[in-house]
Design a protein around this ligand. Structure first.
Ligand SMILES: Nc1nc2c([nH]c(=O)n2[C@@H]2O[C@H](COP(=O)(O)OP(=O)(O)OP(=O)(O)O)[C@@H](O)[C@H]2O)c(=O)[nH]1
Length: 129
């Protein structure tokens, strides 16, 4: 997880690393670029698997968001993650994610990630068992 710069919108809150899709990019292509810019590691679209999606419809009634976020899991990368853009980065255990102070859409994403990981674990047990 990455803690946003204090001076930015949602400053000081923890979020999944990533960023906005630019004109002409695919969502996965934008993530490859953002992860290189923010963490200095190399990932490829082939290693990405969609793990979640959140937009304003996932927020409590009365709360709105102009933002829609697609969350990807990534199984492989090259290099060591460095904090190149945020205030700090940290590995967070999946079951501790929801206790972090995060922007609103990252809470439903964290919940979906837990479900995704549980399903992946079941598949892996089925394969090996
Ligand atoms: N992670 C996250 N970001 C949100 C939420 N709601 C919301 O408006 N945002 C905004 O969505 C934008 C995400 O873009 P970004 O990660 O590229 O962040 P940024 O604007 O600081 O980067 P930039 O300067 O490179 O454009 C941020 O401005 C962030 O504040 C939310 O619930 N979760």
């Amino acid at each position: 997880m990455q803690r946003r710069r204090e001076s930015s919108m949602h400053g000081g809150l923890w979020e999944f690393p990533g960023g906005k899709v630019e004109a002409g990019e695919t969502i996965a292509g934008a993530l490859v670029r953002e992860i290189a810019e923010e963490l200095g590691i190399g990932i490829t679209p082939a290693d990405l698997c969609q793990a979640g999606y959140a937009d304003g419809a996932h927020l409590p009634v009365g709360e709105q968001s102009p933002v829609a976020i697609t969350l990807f899991a990534c199984r492989a990368w090259s290099g060591q993650p460095q904090c190149l853009d945020g205030e700090e980065i940290a590995w967070i255990a999946a079951d501790a994610l929801a206790r972090l102070a995060m922007p609103p859409l990252d809470y439903p994403l964290a919940h979906q990630l837990l479900e995704f990981m549980a399903k992946e674990a079941k598949k892996s047990i089925a394969k090996t068992g």
